[in-house]
Ligand binder design. Structure first.
Ligand SMILES: [Zn+2]
Length: 481
């Protein structure tokens, strides 16, 4: 049998952008060596039904045989399956940065709450008398799994056993996000693996403005084997600064006495947009218009951001030093209770309303859109990706009406879209970053991309860098030699 140090098995985010889960196993088939089994990320499959069905499947190895989880960041497609893993018997440490742990503390229970709501909804509409629909995990189960989290500081080496250690380096994707450098050493041989998680925008404040966290992933990396995301593998972000056009859209909306409704994820995208509004107001590019940030989770996320000053971008630091906490900025209202949220419906002067969910699949944004979509004075502003099949994609795509709370709501508001706010590096940014590597990895596996995106990036990397690149397949096992 060929000598190998370990294998990696891609249990998610292969052929799709969700469900990130990569198993490192150092035990070899055919001998009794008891190695270590570590999951890098433990994300939820999201989107279409065939993907979501995978959330209900068993892992190829029992959860209680997994020794540890290394978590790159707090997005649900990277952490959202942790409560399920714990429910199935996992009891090991989950290593993450302190900021990631804080964010998971709000994101995972919220996910449990949504799972319970979904199950209750299916039970209500179900006509047959089959088994009742169950949540993947509950709010309580998500809260309970937080006890397994352990802080790993950026740059600190964690030795998990005699064969495997790892350390986090900055990914600059969202607050707390990191890449995981994993070192393996077995039988006198050692190899270095790099798991990128999601890679943030590479340094450039003009094309990627409004960063709340410092920009640019750790440079000068080296790896024998690289597992890299490829979300934007086949499309570049627009390179123009979106701020002048954004300011113009807001000014026009205010001039016709309309309001701006912005569906945005509560974590990162909302903060980024709030910071940008403040900057545009203070520099006189837009009028001082009341801003309502309608999401309890966004408030908690701001509180977490304020704890981690060392992660701020220069722009965010300047703004906070000058104006203090966004929660106390005059003219900015953060609604936490349902009553506060409903009161926003009574506001008829020009205003900016930012609410989630980001793809209009649920949440408080539904109330705001039901009320403001039919009025042509208003503008609906999209600053994030809208997955096919979501209400967000329908509205963005120019439909004349959309179903909300069982009724068709006519769409007469203006629709504006900005693609520059992405937190993922695009192909040219990835190449810029990869060129800082201190050598070619022997193997690169692309994950976390639709097939077309991953395949295109593989071609680009082979051509531009001459690297040996493969697109990972779901459940595929690859050897670390
Ligand atoms: Zn992410």
């Amino acid at each position: 049998m060929e000598e190998r140090l370990a294998y990696i098995q891609f249990l998610g985010a292969a052929g799709t952008v969700t469900g990130s889960k990569h198993l490192i196993n150092t035990s070899s088939d055919g001998d009794d060596r008891k190695g270590i089994q570590v999951l890098v990320d433990c994300g939820l499959f999201q989107g279409q039904k065939e993907w979501r069905a995978r959330n209900w499947q068993q892992l190829p190895i029992p959860a209680n045989e997994i020794d540890a989880v290394i978590l790159t960041h707090a997005h649900l497609d990277h952490c959202g399956w942790i409560p399920r893993l714990v429910k199935q018997g996992f009891k090991g440490p989950i290593y993450a940065t302190a900021a990631t742990i804080d964010l998971c503390g709000i994101i995972l229970p919220d996910s449990g709450h949504l799972q319970e709501e979904d199950a209750a909804f299916y039970n209500k509409i179900k006509k047959s008398k089959h088994e009742p629909a169950l949540p993947l995990y509950t709010f309580e189960e998500a809260e309970a799994c937080m006890q397994y989290f352990q802080v790993a500081r950026v740059g600190e080496t964690k030795q998990l056993n005699s064969e495997l250690s790892f350390r986090f380096v900055r990914a600059a994707h969202i607050l707390g996000s990191c890449m995981a450098e994993v070192s393996l050493s077995t039988n006198g041989q050692s190899r270095r693996l790099l798991f990128t998680g999601d890679v943030g925008r590479v340094h450039d404040h003009t094309v990627a403005p409004g960063q709340v966290v410092h920009s640019g992933p750790q440079e000068g990396e080296s790896a024998d084997l690289l597992v890299m995301e490829s979300t934007y593998g086949n499309r570049d972000h627009p390179k123009n600064d979106p701020r002048p056009e954004l300011a113009a859209v807001i000014r026009r909306t205010v001039e016709r006495e309309g309001s701006l409704v912005v569906p945005a994820f509560a974590v990162e995208r909302t903060q980024k947009f709030v910071f940008m509004l403040k900057e545009l107001m203070e520099s006189g590019q837009i009028p001082r218009t009341p801003v309502f940030c309608d999401s309890p989770m966004a408030i908690k996320a701001v509180e977490i951001y304020l704890k981690y000053e060392s992660e701020y971008s220069d722009e965010a630091r300047t703004l906070i030093n000058k104006y203090g906490s966004p929660l106390e900025w005059p003219g900015f209202t953060f609604a936490s209770t349902a009553d506060q949220s409903k009161k926003i419906n009574e506001v008829h002067y020009p205003t900016v309303i930012i609410s989630s969910s980001g793809m209009v699949t649920g949440g408080r944004i539904l109330h705001h859109l039901a009320q403001r979509l039919p009025d042509p004075k208003n503008t609906i502003l999209f600053i994030g990706f809208q997955a096919p099949g979501t209400r967000g994609a329908t509205i963005k795509g120019g439909a004349k009406e959309v179903k909300i709370f069982g009724d068709f709501v006519s769409i007469r508001a203006q629709i504006a879209t900005f693609e520059q706010f992405s937190d993922h590096a695009d192909p040219s940014e990835l190449l810029t970053w990869l060129r800082t590597f201190r050598g070619k990895p022997a193997y690169t596996y692309l994950v976390h991309g639709e097939t077309a995106a991953s395949s295109q990036l593989r071609e680009t990397m082979s051509k531009e860098l001459g690297w040996n690149v493969q697109v990972a397949e779901w459940m595929e096992k690859v050897a670390v030699k």
